[in-house]
Design a binder for this molecule. Structure first.
Ligand code: ADP
Length: 598
């Protein structure tokens, strides 16, 4: 029982959430619900007085006075019924308005929370499940919970008013009324719990389904899916998952409904038992005909109210279970960056890595081990190494997307962890190889490089010029206002190389950043263009630090300092001629590539 009750812990929070979303609507909803609770008993009561008034009118030989009395009663009942239907409309109106506002509010809460999360959390599949579950189910639940609470209240009010009238007949009638619904309720609650557990267990499968949907139905995947003829294969897998889930669902639904039917029979038997009893009492003249109609109606409606209340409790239980997933997600601890410093202890010191080691969560081997390096302002650095050697990871550490497992990274003599988030972000401009192609206008695609100037056209122009993206824009009729991507009307798709130019321009939006990082964003350009861009990049970044990851030695050789990473360790470092003299790994790779060009 305690376990059962503890599940309702979220009710209070959901009520508060709804209340704070719109107090006026919530208050009217509560008042209307109360009214809707009392009115039916009133209707039943007036109904009984009509029957009795008719009987006494017949008895009196149909005098005008007695006729008027009957008509007045009928008119009164009609008014009550009209009022009731008005109240019900009002309830559904407030509900739909509240539903829209609340749905938006909960979605915003989920998205706001997502913004505070760490990159590592996004990469954690269990965590990702929480997010999916919260988004899929939980956003509808707070309102559902509140509606059910109000529904419960309404039914309880009705029930109390029915009970007050029924008690005049017999206390046993009340006992039968309340007892008959219980078995069905207990079964229903158990099945709600089962359904919820199914929902939770299934998260990985549901995630796979969502993923398959996106691969099959999204434009960015369409090319490969078509060419590889992957469609039917993926669709089959999608169907397979459905079949498995469907079987489990079917088993549960069958059990739920079979039990529901048999336990529901108890209610029917109770109703008709009471019917017979009331009829016999009328024959024995213990109650009037009017009272008989009233008690029957009370009993019938009372039973409906009991089962509605019980199923509302069951529903509340279910809503609470699902809400737990929302709150579980919203309460995920966020590691707030503690750093406050807006300036380093020793300005112009550049970047230092001191014995930095990093292991991805869940990995057994470190991806980077004992990295030491020092880059001074005005220097350019190139990172060289095979795919998977850890170059991008190093950049992610430098940008504080991840925290080193041991060792530390200093910027201007201060540990990155002590830097204020915003100050740090403003210092560093990065373009990753998998930069995002936003389905926004071209100008905004450049503007994302510095949100403070997100829609500043002048800044776009300057950045586009520095990123050598002018030529891309000149060829587009709508220029900076061109909608990119295919999701929206008139969206233009750019070539890989054109996109890279836009991405480069993005890097130059951050004109006050003194560390610029290019992680292979030029791979889709030809070698000449890449070298030209890097050269340009270096001259533009005189007092800045330029870091480049590239597989092209023609570009790499231009860097002041080159480090060669292999299996997460720095195996060689120096400038081009030093490394050639060393005649090691770098020299080997360099001559291999040079041979290819001969
Ligand atoms: P590079 O940029 O040199 O090609 P990366 O730094 O991207 O290499 O990757 C280095 C290693 O770290 C690879 O073995 C890769 O499998 C692993 N790795 C990269 N990203 C992640 C991640 N988000 N989670 C776990 N492992 C990762």
């Amino acid at each position: 029982m305690r376990g059962f009750l503890s599940v309702f812990a979220y009710s209070r929070r959901a009520l508060k959430l709804v209340w704070t979303t719109n107090p006026t609507l919530t208050f009217s909803l509560a008042c209307l619900t109360l009214a809707a609770g009392v009115l039916p008993a009133g209707v039943a009561y007036v109904g009984a007085t009509i029957v009795d008034a008719v009987l006494s009118a017949i008895h009196l030989g149909g005098t005008e006075l007695s006729q008027r009395f009957v008509i007045e009663r009928v008119a009164f009942e009609a008014t009550l019924v009209a009022l009731l239907s008005g109240v019900q409309r009002g309830i559904s109106l407030s509900q739909s308005l509240l539903r829209a506002q609340l749905g938006q509010r909960v979605n915003v809460m989920i998205l706001e929370k997502a913004l505070t999360l760490q990159l590592t959390q996004f990469e954690d599949s269990e965590f990702y499940d929480k997010l999916t579950r919260a988004r899929r189910e939980a956003s509808q639940r707070p309102l559902s919970l509140v509606m059910r609470s109000f529904g419960l209240l309404q039914n309880l009010v009705s029930l109390f008013s029915f009970a007050a009238l029924l008690l005049q007949f017999s206390v046993w009638a009340l006992v039968i009324l309340l007892g008959a619904g219980l078995p069905a309720f207990i079964a229903e609650t158990k099945f709600s719990g089962d359904a919820f557990r199914l929902f939770r267990w299934r998260s990985p499968e549901t995630r796979m389904q969502l993923y398959l949907e996106s691969v099959i139905a999204r434009e960015d995947h369409a090319k490969e899916v078509k060419l590889f003829g992957l469609g039917p294969r993926l669709l089959e897998r999608y169907q397979q998952i459905f079949r498995k889930l469907y079987q489990e669902d079917r088993a549960l639904t069958l059990r739920r409904d079979t039990w529901g039917f048999f336990l529901g029979l108890i209610g029917t038997v109770a109703l008709y038992g009471a019917y017979a009893w009331i009829a016999l009492c009328t024959i024995a003249s213990r109650i009037t005909l009017g009272q008989m109609t009233m008690y029957l109606m009370l009993f019938r409606q009372g039973q409906a109210a009991v089962s509605a209340s019980l199923s509302a409790v069951g529903g509340l239980y279910e809503d609470n279970l699902y809400l737990s997933t929302l709150y579980e997600f919203l309460e995920t601890p966020v590691i707030l960056p503690a750093g406050r410093l807006k300036q380093g202890l020793t300005p112009h010191e550049g970047i230092q890595f001191e014995h930095v080691t990093f292991t991805y969560p869940g990995a057994t081997e470190p991806t980077l081990s004992d990295i030491n390096l020092h880059i001074h302002p005005g220097q350019s650095l190139a990172l060289v190494g095979e795919n998977g050697s850890g170059k991008t990871t190093l950049i992610k550490l430098l940008t504080r997307l991840y925290t080193p497992s041991s060792g530390r990274i200093l910027l201007d003599g201060t540990d990155l962890q002590d830097w204020d988030e915003t100050a740090l972000r403003q210092r560093i401009g990065v373009i990753f190889q998998d930069f995002t192609r936003y389905q926004l206008t071209l100008g905004e695609n450049i503007g994302v490089g510095d949100v403070r100037h997100f829609d500043n056209e002048q800044r776009w122009r300057a950045a586009a010029h520095q990123g050598m993206a002018d030529s891309v824009i000149e060829n587009l009729p709508a220029g900076y206002q061109t909608q990119l991507g295919k999701w929206f009307n008139d969206g233009r798709e750019l070539s890989g190389g054109q996109w890279q130019k836009i991405a480069l321009a993005r890097a130059f939006m951050r004109s006050d950043a003194d560390i610029l990082v290019l992680d292979e964003p030029t791979a889709a350009m030809d070698a000449g263009a890449e070298a030209q861009i890097f050269d340009h990049f270096r001259t533009l970044t005189k007092e800045r630090i330029a870091i480049l990851i590239s597989h092209r030695f023609s570009t790499v050789r231009m860097a002041d300092h080159i480090i060669v990473i292999n299996h997460g360790r720095i195996i060689e470092h120096g400038n081009h001629s030093e490394l050639m003299q060393l005649n090691g790994h770098y020299a080997h790779l360099f001559s291999l590539q040079a041979k290819g060009y001969q």
